[in-house]
Design a protein around this ligand. Structure first.
Ligand SMILES: [Mg+2]
Length: 100
């Protein structure tokens, strides 16, 4: 699935199952929450935080949650994630030079 397909899937999911009245702030808040969950799972996986069943936590799912919410926020803002990343790539190329 590419970024465009991801955004289309998230848009369809939210319109059929999710919360259609969420604001940009709701998505931003959820994004922060999901980032925190990545931190918590990393902490458990690396033994900094004890848990009876660390195998119950899946870092791939948590990172996927971030992609989902990032896509939802981009959709809400009317942004194309491919274009967003192209801007980041351009910034990196400018600061560090292009990859050969
Ligand atoms: Mg999560």
């Amino acid at each position: 699935m590419d970024l465009k397909e991801l955004q289309e899937f998230v848009d369809k999911w939210i319109k059929t199952i999710g919360e259609t009245d969420w604001t940009r702030w709701n998505y931003f808040s959820r994004l922060v929450e999901e980032v925190g969950e990545v931190g918590e799972v990393l902490s458990i996986k690396e033994g900094h935080k004890k848990h009876k069943k660390p195998e119950d936590f899946d870092l791939e799912v948590e990172l996927g949650d971030i992609l989902f919410v990032t896509s939802a926020l981009a959709n809400k803002l009317g942004y194309d994630l491919n274009k967003c990343f192209e801007k980041v790539k351009k910034k990196l190329d400018s600061e560090f030079g292009e990859l050969s």
